[in-house]
Structures are given as C-alpha cells and as structure tokens.
Write a protein that binds this ligand. Structure first.
Ligand code: ATP
Length: 498
C-alpha cells in the first residue's frame, strides 16, 4: 500500500484534501490523473449498466433532499455506528472494529487485551496475552485468546478492557450510537425546522422519484433506475486510504421486480452480472469472493444481502453490496409522503408496490481495487541486456487515464515532430492521449508505464522517409507492432472498447 500511495501522490492520482492546511481526515482530492480514471470507471459502469441494457434508465438527484426522506428511510432513527471513546487519549473508535479478549491462564482470567480489527489481530492478541502472563509472573497454560468486538462486551467489562491507544484499562466509555449523517441547514434560519442532511447514499433519491420515472418513461417491470453521485457519511474511523472516507461516490441501481418474481434467481443473476463487470474492467476473479449476510444480522425488511468482497492489501473487505430490500423503501415513502407509489401492471390490470434488488458500488473502492490489482514492480531487460525494475500499472485500456502516448523519436527533426503532433491531435478528438518529446524513448515509455498508459506510439525516421507507419508498443507484453498511421484510430478503438 505504501508504494501505491506514494505513486498516487507523485503522479497526481490522489491527494489528501486541504493538504496545505494539514489535511482533513477522511477526505481526498483526485488529481489530474485520478480524475480521468474516476471518470473512466463511471463511464464504463454507465455504459454497461444503463446504455447497453434495455431495462435500465438513469437519474441524477440533488444531494440535499427533503429531511422527511431520511425519516421515511429510517436513516434519522437508525443510520448509526456504535462509537467508543478513550477518555485519556481522546481517540474515538468504532465499537464493532475494536476487538478484545480475556487472557486466561489455567482457567483463571488474569486480564484483557484489545486491538483494532485487522488481519493480524489474532496473532497480536496471543502475543499480548503472553506478555501479560509474563508480567503477572504466572505459570501454567495460556489459552488462545477468544476475540469479540466491543459491542459484545458486558457492561462490567468496560472498565477492565484496555484502551488500544494507552494499553491501560479504565479509560474506555460504553459504546453509544453515533448517527453518520452530516447535518446542515437550509436557508437563513438555523433552527430545528431548517435541519437538512447531506445524503448518506444515492438510493433514496431513486425511490423518491419512482413515480416521476414511471410516469415519464415507458419502463415495464422488471426494470432498473441507476444513479451515480456523491454520498457523505461522518465515519467514526475513516481508514485504509480511500476505502472508507467521509465523502465518496456511489454507483447504485434499484432494480424493481414484481412481488411474486423469483427474487432469489434475480439476486443471483445480479451477483453474476456484477462479478462479470468487475472482471471486464480488470479486477482478477480470484480476488473476488461473496459474503452472504447471516439471516440474524439482516434488517427486518431485508430478504437477503450478499456482499462482493475484494482482497485488498489490508484484508478482504466489501466492495459491492447486492441487497434484496422487498418493498420496504417504496412502502415507507408512500406512507410518509401520503402519495401512492403503486405500479400499474398492464398484463394483470393490477396495482402493487414492486420489490427491489439493490446493487450498490463505491467508485472510490473500485478505484482502489483497480489500482491494487494493477500495480506491479517488475524487472525488465532492455536491448542492451540491462535489467532494471519498472513500476507499472496494468490498467485495462478502458480505465487507464491516458489511452495512448504519442512520441516523436527525436525532437530536433521538424517533419517527425509535425507528424507526431498531427497524429496526437487526431487521436485527442476521441480519447485522452499524451504527447511527449522530452528524454530518451525508454524513459518516456517508463513514465507512461507508471501511470498505466497501455500503448506507446512512436513516429520515427522510417515513418516520414519510407512507410508512413508507426510503432505501437504494448505496455504489458512490451511487444511492438508497426501499422500505417491511417489505421491507428481503428486499432485503438478495438483495443479500448472492442
Ligand atoms: P461498510 O460496511 O464498509 O461501512 P456499508 O455496508 O455501510 O459499508 P453500503 O451502505 O452498502 O455500505 O454502501 C454501498 C457501497 O458504498 C459499499 O459497498 C462501498 O463500496 C461504498 N461505501 C460505503 N461507505 C463508504 C465509505 N465510507 N467510503 C467509501 N465507500 C463507501
């Protein structure tokens, strides 16, 4: 992760927000390359999920909505995480990410250990337990520590579990609910009546517009409404770079189905569609897994939720949630707004509230999954037999910030430069293409490898003197082919979108 984060800053993918003021935790800015890559992710998703399907339409709702939307959806009441404070260090933790366990020697509890959730926490807990045993000068057999999260601690243990920041017990508060919605005010008055929220998800805007969409389009069940947009959550512990931030972007679909439809089959179909899409943009299938939420942990209205998990460098974590929400949301909005949100089914001449399947994906998590899949440091040997380590992003051409780079072999031959400039201008009409004439060609390739540009196109002496062809070098295989300049556009098109 460290090398990747350094690359992202060095080459202008991601910066910490407000860096010159010391940064603000949980917020990020996307630099000149980052903004291109984000746009490519969103464009690919929109094209594949909306434009290439006949059962999907799009929507773009406002970020601030009527506050009753969030009362109806349950967010005002229940969109919270359990929080715990350390009174000494003033650090704040999410209680379900703070783990603890009793240290038991020969059946006797001699103390407790605690740590933040991580892949290594079991090993850390056992090592800490061993230290505690030695400090207490206990003989006997140490039992493996059984880890639980802080929400599972009984109240008599709050005083006994050490704070992860001080290592000492007595400073952790009981867990309490913390609502994750950012509050703001509408208009000049600042009182209870003007309170509004920055949306914590884009989904509710889709439900609130359900009637508008069915009244203005000719959609027929089953159909989906898609939206891409910013969402805000005042996360207690933003962490793991852009994985969990306080401002992020979502790509969400509400896929409406008849109440008696085979929701299990359609849920499975959506999971397969989502996995296939991730693989199509360059995420390796063997790093994706499924996590079906156990029944007892589901919200009361939920029929089933399966998360698509990705093997991030910091552990296997949720990338894409696919939830079956029944008719809960439409019913809630119909009740709170007093407006009928029924769908009229022509075939059966009946009215009903459709059920919904909700695939919900984060742009930023997809960005991170793509970068961690693409990043590689690998040895390459040049024509002279010198081996060096090159840093390369093996990004899919659809996702790469630049689709190609055009190089004149030398910069002091006006005909070569003019030809390269002409080709660059032509390609730029359709794609983001880089032009570079400075430094040796090998160095120029390396600079593009590091930012994931899939193709290097070189105009050389032969181009102008002999064949009007260019050399295209493939970033991944390093293979070079020579094709006529007139065919470059069609060739690139096939590679990027074919
Ligand atoms: P988590 O359990 O990780 O907090 P969640 O289950 O609350 O996630 P959802 O409400 O299902 O997440 O949101 C849908 C998607 O939005 C997630 O799968 C993820 O890709 C993205 N997402 C949610 N919260 C964040 C965040 N704080 N930062 C970046 N992306 C997020």
């Amino acid at each position: 992760m460290d090398a990747l984060i350094a690359l992202c800053k060095r080459r202008g993918f991601i910066f910490h927000s407000s860096e010159i003021y010391g940064g603000v935790n949980g917020f990020f800015d996307y630099g000149p390359l980052g903004v291109e890559m984000r746009k490519n992710i969103k464009d690919a998703w929109w094209r594949d999920m909306v434009h290439r399907r006949e059962d999907m339409v799009g929507l773009d709702c406002s970020i601030i909505m009527h506050p009753n939307v969030w009362k109806a959806s349950g967010h005002v009441e229940g969109f919270s995480d359990p929080m715990v404070d350390c009174k000494v260090s003033k650090n704040r933790y999410r209680a379900d990410q703070l783990f603890w366990g009793a240290v038991i020697v020969d059946g006797e509890t001699i103390g407790y250990v605690s740590m933040l959730e991580s892949e290594k926490m079991q090993a850390l807990a056992d090592a800490d337990a061993d230290k505690l045993k030695r400090k207490a000068q206990k003989q006997g057999t140490l039992a493996p520590v059984v880890l639980k999260d802080y929400t599972e601690a009984s109240p008599d243990l709050y005083e006994k579990i050490p704070s992860p920041s001080t290592g000492q017990p007595g400073s952790l508060t009981p867990p309490r609910d913390f609502n994750l919605m950012f509050e703001t005010h509408i208009g000049a008055l600042r009182d209870e009546s003007s309170v509004a929220y920055l949306r914590p998800e884009t989904a509710q805007g889709i439900f609130a517009n359900f009637k508008n969409v069915i009244d203005t389009t000719r959609v027929k069940l089953p159909f989906g409404i898609a939206q891409i947009g910013k969402a805000f959550r005042n996360e207690i512990t933003p962490r793991n770079y852009i994985f969990r931030s306080r401002e992020f972007e979502q790509m969400e679909i509400e896929y409406f189905i008849a109440p008696d439809a085979d929701w299990k089959g359609l849920h499975r179909k959506w999971l397969d569609t989502c996995i296939a899409w991730l693989v199509s943009i360059g995420i390796p299938a063997n790093r994706i897994s499924e996590y079906a939420h156990p029944k007892e942990k589901l919200a009361f209205y939920s029929q089933g939720t399966t998360d698509l998990m990705f093997e991030f460098p910091f552990g296997v974590q949720e990338l894409w949630g696919v939830a079956c929400r029944g008719d809960y949301d439409l019913k809630q909005h119909a009740t709170h707004s007093g407006k009928a949100l029924d769908y009229f089914d022509e075939a059966s001449k009946s009215k009903f509230l459709p059920h919904v399947i909700e695939p919900s994906l984060g742009v930023d998590r997809t960005f991170l999954a793509l970068l961690t899949s693409a990043y590689q440091e690998e040895p390459i040997t040049d024509e002279k037999g010198n081996t060096e380590i090159r840093t390369v992003l093996h990004l899919h051409p659809r996702i790469a910030p630049y689709k190609a780079a055009v190089f004149p072999l030398v910069k002091n031959k006006p005909e070569i430069v003019a030809k390269a400039r002409e080709l660059h201008a032509k390609l730029q009409r359709r794609w983001n293409v880089f032009y570079d004439e400075s430094a040796a060609i090998g160095k120029r390739y390396r600079r593009q490898d590091e930012i994931g540009t899939p193709f290097g196109i070189t105009v050389d002496f032969e181009t102008i003197e002999k064949d009007n062809c260019v050399t295209i070098r493939d970033r991944d295989t390093l293979a070079q082919i020579r094709i006529p300049i007139s065919e470059v556009s069609a060739w690139l098109d096939e590679k990027i979108d074919g």
